[in-house]
Ligand binder design. Structure first.
Ligand SMILES: Nc1nc2c(c(=O)[nH]1)N[C@H]1C(S)=C(S)[C@@H](COP(=O)(O)O)O[C@H]1N2
Ligand SMILES: [Mo]
Length: 421
């Protein structure tokens, strides 16, 4: 039975084995657990991954999203414990993604945490003294900042490695809807770290979520956590308690989450409960086993990941039907983790000719631009719509993305299929 790499449990198992091989960096996972994992992997290999694999894994194929907000099929496509925003559902909305259609990426389930019981503890060898606690009220009393920023999953667009490039990748088979833009209000992480007594010796900062520990293939990976360098932590990272003018909803990390501008979504830890400030480099499963680039284009130990890349999406279903000889306004959005998007070109003939789309937002760092182009299809049949963005670094979306085994950072121009009827 072939390995179904779009299945979350098999994906986790495959990744764990990869991580186990590089166990020199075993970060917080017991070596005995890794050996047990090898045993499970070997057994599953002998009988086929189908039943034994799924049974041994923490999440079975029947995983459902443990969210609080409703996930109606017009707005979301469910993928295991996650919900992808349908891009067509953004048509006619403003520059901010409404909370009711903002994608959800949960390793387990959404915990419900009130503001009263919540506390943030900052601790570690990179502080001048002992642990420092911040209640919700203390955080709210600090100077507030507000920024419009996207959060995007590193695997957004992953399915196109397979459908466009014919390459196998593991992980949630997102199309392009694992992104949302919101207005976040909160405090600067740098303010909190300074109040906690961060020293010049600090190297890495490790925020950790209060959601359940992630157990996969019988191995407990602990709570979701991924280190960020202290330079980034002191630069532009937010501890957000509001999203689009309302208290941060439970599914998006309420009462308080990190928002790490431009960086891969896993950096923006939801339901943050503590932050270790370390005077030595830190590792977790989320920067060793997953959220690293592995593949022929990379060194054996993989390449680290930080910023998101450049993408464009039409606000239209994949495979939509459109009427011949009728003018319609094609709309979409483009974004980049490197710089503001300055130009978007659209092709309605499979990439032969390109036209400049009209931009509806001023190019801004950390956000997206909405764009449009009128189109009158002249012939019936199947056609691919293409959109390609150029950002202020001068970079344009390429025709193909270099392959990595976990399908991160897809940035090639997507061929969006439509049928003219
Ligand atoms: N504690 C915790 N933080 C987390 C996650 C999680 O499962 N638990 N998922 C991460 C990932 S992979 C992404 S892409 C973003 C998604 O944020 P959203 O669900 O608000 O869209 O949250 C990140 N922060
Ligand atoms: Mo993600």
């Amino acid at each position: 039975m072939p390995l179904d790499l779009s299945d979350e449990s098999q994906y986790d198992r495959a990744r764990l084995r990869q991580w186990a091989r590089g166990r020199a960096r075993s970060a917080g996972v017991d070596r005995r657990d890794l050996l047990r994992l090898f045993a499970v992997g070997a057994a599953a290999g002998a009988v086929g991954l189908g039943s034994a694999g799924a049974a041994a894994a923490g999440t079975g194929p029947a995983a459902v999203p443990g969210t609080i907000k409703p996930l109606p099929p017009e707005l979301f496509t469910i993928r295991g414990t996650n919900a992808e925003t349908n891009f067509a559902a953004l048509r006619g909305t403003g520059p901010l993604t409404p909370v009711d259609r903002f994608f959800v990426r949960n390793h387990t389930t959404t915990p419900q945490i009130g503001t009263d019981g919540w506390k943030l503890t900052v601790w570690g060898g990179g502080l001048a003294g002992g642990p420092v606690g911040f209640s919700y009220d203390r955080l709210r009393a600090l100077p507030a900042v507000q920024r419009t920023l996207f959060i995007e999953c590193a695997g957004n667009g992953r399915s196109f490695y397979t459908t466009q490039q014919g390459q196998a990748v593991s992980g949630t088979a997102w199309t392009l809807g694992a992104i949302g833009v919101a207005r976040w209000r909160g405090v600067r992480l740098s303010d909190v770290l300074r109040l906690a007594g961060v020293t010049r010796g600090a190297v890495d900062v490790l925020p950790r979520g209060l959601d359940d520990e992630v157990v996969t293939a019988g191995v407990n990976l602990g709570r979701v956590r991924r280190p960020i360098p202290v330079s980034k932590a002191l630069d532009d990272v937010l501890l957000a308690y509001e999203m689009n003018g309302q208290p941060l909803p439970p599914d998006h990390g309420g009462p308080v989450r990190l928002v790490v501008p431009d960086w891969i979504g896993i950096s923006s830890i939801k339901w943050v409960g503590d932050i270790e400030v370390s005077d030595a480099p830190l590792y977790s499963p989320w920067n060793t086993d997953t959220y690293r680039l592995f593949g022929p284009a990379y060194a054996a130990e993989g390449a680290p990941m930080s910023r998101q890349t450049l993408k464009s999406a039409f606000e239209l279903e994949l495979g939509a039907s459109v009427a011949v000889h009728r003018t319609r306004l094609l709309t979409g959005r483009s974004w980049s983790g490197a710089a503001p998007v300055e130009r978007v070109e659209v092709s309605t003939d499979g990439g032969v000719r390109w036209q400049r789309a009209r931009l509806h937002d001023a190019p801004r760092r950390g956000s997206w631009v909405r764009w449009s182009l009128p189109w009158t299809p002249r012939a019936k049949g199947a056609v691919a719509l293409l959109a390609r963005a150029t950002d202020a670094t001068g970079r344009t979306q390429p025709a193909t993305s270099p392959h990595n085994t976990q399908g991160y950072l897809f940035d090639a121009v997507v061929r969006h299929p439509v049928t003219v009827v």
